[in-house]
Design a protein around this ligand. Structure first.
Ligand code: FAD
Length: 335
């Protein structure tokens, strides 16, 4: 497995992460990226969709977004993600069909599933990629990710083993564009066995879903410059004055216990790309920027004119946030 006749491995596979039957946005981003790789070096694009009954429509939708084949595994016992049977099925399919590349979102599910699969198929895995490219001659996947605390970007290759496997960060790549006229094949798979060592009794949705930083159009984030947990109220007030924006945070504030981790933006938090990102009292260290520099417009409020956040800000306000933010709220309310 893995090493050996690597030329026998063909095609780009994407793990079709779904939750409650809804295919996750990162899958469409991976389809967009796979399309770009296949334009450089022609390759067939497939999605493996595993879940409960009734995924046929979702499979069809994946074809409209560029999948040429969808390997569909439907079973009511697989409705919720479960690492054992999902890893068994992925391994079985990889052994049988031998894809050259396997991509998954760097989501909790992707990060739980794919290392198990990589070990079983005896191949390499690059976690948390922020960009991908392909060597057109040898078909090597060039997997780029931050390394050494985000200070350098490392490009990793897997020359001797197949498939080449990577988890890719959400919101970094452009999603595929839908074309309902696309044709593809849905291949129904019945797994050999469904091994269930754990039983899912109940699914509790986290508060995280309410914060929903990943999908927010506007995010107002607070950093250490706000000085104390209770001052997050000011950040919340600005967020509501902006029409219900989401509230983000730097790691310094999370580590200080001022706000829960699910608000954290950055390398070890969420990657976001809203239309507007307002950074209040955030210095702009590389690990924070890694999670928000894709934002369309960045407004930074900081009393230090040399704060690195100003290097990437579209608009910068040098001033004390306790004076600037109340003025902004007042102006917004007047409008
Ligand atoms: P500081 O760097 O202390 O900056 C506070 C800023 O507030 C200063 O620029 C100051 O001038 C300004 N300020 C102070 N008072 C005021 C005022 N009254 N008005 C206006 N401005 C004021 N960080 C993240 O954010 N997200 C991550 O995911 C993340 N992951 C990391 C992963 C690793 C492996 C490592 C090593 C670090 C990571 N960090 C992350 C931490 C990161 O390096 C920084 O320490 C952190 O981002 C700093 O947070 P901050 O900007 O809020 O605080």
């Amino acid at each position: 497995m893995g090493k050996g006749n690597i030329s026998a491995y063909k095609g780009i596979w994407i793990f079709g992460e779904q939750r409650g039957g809804v295919v996750q946005e990162v899958v469409y981003e991976l389809l967009g990226e796979a399309g770009r790789l296949a334009q450089k070096r022609p390759n067939e694009i497939s999605v493996v969709l595993i879940g409960g009954e009734g995924l046929q429509k979702a499979a069809q939708e994946l074809i409209a977004y560029g999948a040429e084949k969808v390997y569909l595994v439907e079973d009511s016992r697989l409705a919720e993600f479960n690492s054992d049977p999902y890893a068994d099925i992925m391994t079985e399919l990889i052994d049988q069909y031998k894809p050259e590349i396997v991509l998954t979102g760097a989501t909790t599910i992707g990060r739980t599933l794919i290392p198990r699969v990589a070990i079983r198929v005896y191949s390499g895995l690059t976690a948390d990629c922020t960009s991908l490219d392909i060597d057109t001659e040898k078909g090597l996947l060039l997997q780029t990710r931050p390394a050494f605390g985000g200070n350098i970007m490392a490009t990793i290759i897997c020359p001797d083993f197949r498939p080449q496997m990577a988890t890719v960060r959400h919101k970094v790549m452009k999603p595929a564009v839908k074309d309902a006229s696309r044709k593809g094949q849905i291949i129904k798979i019945t797994p050999k066995a469904i091994r269930l060592r754990t039983e899912i009794l109940k699914v509790v949705h986290e508060m995280q879903n309410q914060v929903n930083l990943g999908d927010a159009d506007i995010i107002v984030s607070g950093g250490r410059g706000i000085g104390a947990a209770e001052n997050f109220k000011l950040i919340h007030d600005l967020a509501s004055a902006l029409g219900g924006a989401a509230v983000g945070a730097s790691r310094a504030t999370v580590d200080a216990g001022w706000i829960p981790h699910y608000h954290q933006v950055g390398q070890t938090g969420k990657t976001v790309c809203p239309k507007l990102y307002v950074a209040c009292g955030i210095s702009g260290q590389i690990q924070h920027l890694a999670g928000m520099q894709g934002s369309e417009v960045i407004v930074a409020i900081n009393k230090d004119p040399d704060a690195p956040v100003f290097d990437i800000a579209t608009y910068g306000v040098v001033g004390d946030l306790f004076e600037v933010i109340p003025q902004m709220i007042k102006e917004l309310k007047n409008k």
